[in-house]
Design a protein around this ligand. Structure first.
Ligand code: SF4
Ligand code: SF4
Length: 537
């Protein structure tokens, strides 16, 4: 039995898991139209490599990775590209983004798929496959997996598979583990082959007995350990799960890899298996549709499916639905009623919210310094201090108090008796600091460019002056040497000789022309003028 450690803080919000976990995963039908955003991951959005009117096949790459932190996107079905334009996407900003729209032809015909023997292939070839298959962290971070699974980075001691799924209402990982444990474990084996960790731990909260049993069965003979942890939100946070399973703390400002740990999500492991064994890109995912709908359930749906169609599959939202939440109620965000926004790789849950399920928060009151927020914070921060600094726009202090360690888990909001929207303050302050940093960096780059230009101009000026001085010194030295030896300056002499030669040539030409003229008539003896009495020229 593995010893479990504790992380600071945490809360116990109502779980609401059973609503959507009673039914198995259902396959969502093929939609008529799919909208595939080019930005579904951290880093540069993919670059479109198809044009309007092109016919594409299921799984065909339609957007290529752009740079190091980027991955490809693919056609979720066969059909015709009907638009490449801005479209509503599921993002907290509510702003549209560039998407490729595909009108399905109904045939759902696959492109050629090429599996890979990862055990004999070069690790770089496996990583290139993961990049081109569009594999990203499906736990919410959507960080490109091929960048993370780089054995040239620091040596990994522990590979952790995150199956905690601690957010209330969400059950997509739970159902995936229950139904596809063998494929998940196969994906973990590929990851372990790439990273060569000393141990592999699979962390699951103990409110998922069926998933735990399925994963334990699939791990038989692998050496991987399934570790169950008591329910405590946010045990699925990366740093919190590492602390729970290993007792290690990821220092402020550092990443798990800095302490020899790499974390991945169950859904990511599943897509790694599909890519390597079946040559399939990420074109679908499991999503929980729950809350104020008549038939909450998990669906396997194609990326690009309008979220509204998925809500309809779950029986539709009840009339008293006020809004829709993407993700869980603790860390999710309001969909702003863009139900035509498509499913993306990052979206694991849509909750139809009603005033009965999510009563509006009372008006915020002043902070009473009760410190309940600090006791609940799993990152051991002082939310009340961060709130003061955010409110007073004291950004330097907020940074000094490790604002950027805040994972926006919402525990502080959840316990605050004054109902202060603390996370909103922290998000605002982070974005302000990031904007200031960007401005500072742009100013610094402009200063460096100006200084470099000045340096280059001064260097060119100095080089020109040096060349002139050298030329003058050479000429002066030659003149002085000539004077000292009594010999005429060779340069001047050469010039004079050239001039003299030119004069001689002109004279010879003139004489030649004169010789070619007919003889001049003689003047008459009478002194009268003859016909040709002009002077010879
Ligand atoms: S939102 Fe941030 S400050 Fe609040 S409890 Fe979570 S980590 Fe701590
Ligand atoms: S929980 Fe709320 S009221 Fe209490 S210290 Fe934190 S911010 Fe202030």
């Amino acid at each position: 039995m593995r010893t479990l450690h504790k992380f600071h803080g945490g809360v116990h919000p109502p779980e609401h898991k059973t609503e959507s976990s009673r039914l198995p995963i259902a396959a969502a039908p093929l939609p008529q139209r799919l909208v595939v955003p080019l930005r579904q991951h951290i880093g540069n959005p993919a670059i479109p490599i198809v044009k309007v009117g092109d016919h594409v096949l299921k799984g065909q790459m339609i957007g290529a990775a752009d740079g190091f932190i980027s991955v490809a996107v693919h056609a979720p079905t066969s059909g015709t590209v009907s638009a490449i334009e801005l479209h509503a996407v599921p993002h907290p900003s509510g702003l549209p983004d560039l998407c490729i729209t595909i009108e399905a032809d109904g045939e759902d015909r696959w492109t050629e798929r090429q599996p890979l023997d990862y055990q004999t292939a070069d690790p770089d070839a496996v990583r290139a496959l993961l990049r081109d298959a569009g594999i990203v962290g499906l736990g919410g971070a959507v960080f490109p997996a091929y960048v993370k699974l780089n054995p040239d980075q620091q040596k990994i001691k522990t590979l952790i598979l995150n199956g905690a799924e601690c957010e209330p209402w969400i059950t997509s990982d739970d159902l995936l583990m229950r139904e596809r444990a063998t494929e998940i474990v196969s994906g973990v084996k590929i990851m372990a082959h790439l990273m060569q960790p000393e141990e592999v731990l699979i962390g699951i909260e103990d409110n998922k007995p069926e998933a735990i049993a399925a994963m334990q069965a699939a791990c038989q003979g692998t050496g991987f350990a399934v570790v169950t942890a008591p329910v405590l939100y946010p045990s699925g946070g990366e740093k919190q799960l590492i602390k729970l399973l290993t007792g290690k703390e990821v220092p402020s400002g550092q990443r798990p890899i800095n302490i020899g740990v790499l974390c991945s999500n169950t859904g990511t492991a599943y897509t790694v298996h599909r890519a390597v064994y079946h040559g399939e890109a990420v074109i679908s995912r499991i999503i929980t549709i729950t809350g104020n709908v008549t038939k909450p359930q998990n669906f396997e749906a194609l990326i690009g499916t309008p979220l509204g169609e998925l809500v309809q599959l779950a029986g539709g939202a009840r009339p008293d639905t006020s809004h829709f939440i993407l993700g869980g109620p603790m860390m999710g965000f309001d969909l702003l009623n863009h139900l035509d926004a498509p499913l993306t790789k990052a979206i694991n849950c849509v909750i139809a919210a009603s005033p009965a399920l999510f009563p509006p928060k009372p008006a915020a009151m002043p902070c009473i310094r009760c410190t309940q927020c600090a006791q609940a914070c799993p990152c051991d921060l002082q939310p009340q201090e961060l709130f003061w600094f955010s409110q007073s726009k004291n950004f330097d202090k907020a940074r000094a108090y490790n604002l950027f360690d805040c994972i926006e888990c919402g525990c502080c909001d959840y316990v605050c008796p004054s109902h202060i929207p603390l996370v909103s303050y922290f998000r605002y302050t982070k974005s302000e600091i990031a904007a200031q940093d960007r401005e500072k960096m742009a100013a610094e780059q402009a200063r460096q460019r100006f200084e470099f230009k000045q340096m280059r101009e001064e260097r060119e000026k100095a080089e020109k002056a040096a060349r002139m001085a050298e030329k003058a010194a050479t000429a002066a030295a030659a003149k002085a040497a000539a004077a000292a030896s009594g010999v005429e300056d060779p340069i001047t002499a050469a010039k004079q000789a050239a001039i003299q030669a030119a004069v001689e040539r002109a004279k010879a030409k003139k004489a030649e022309a004169a010789a070619a003229l007919p003889p001049s008539p003689q003047p008459s003896p009478a002194g009268g003028e003859g016909v040709n009495n002009t002077e010879p020229s």
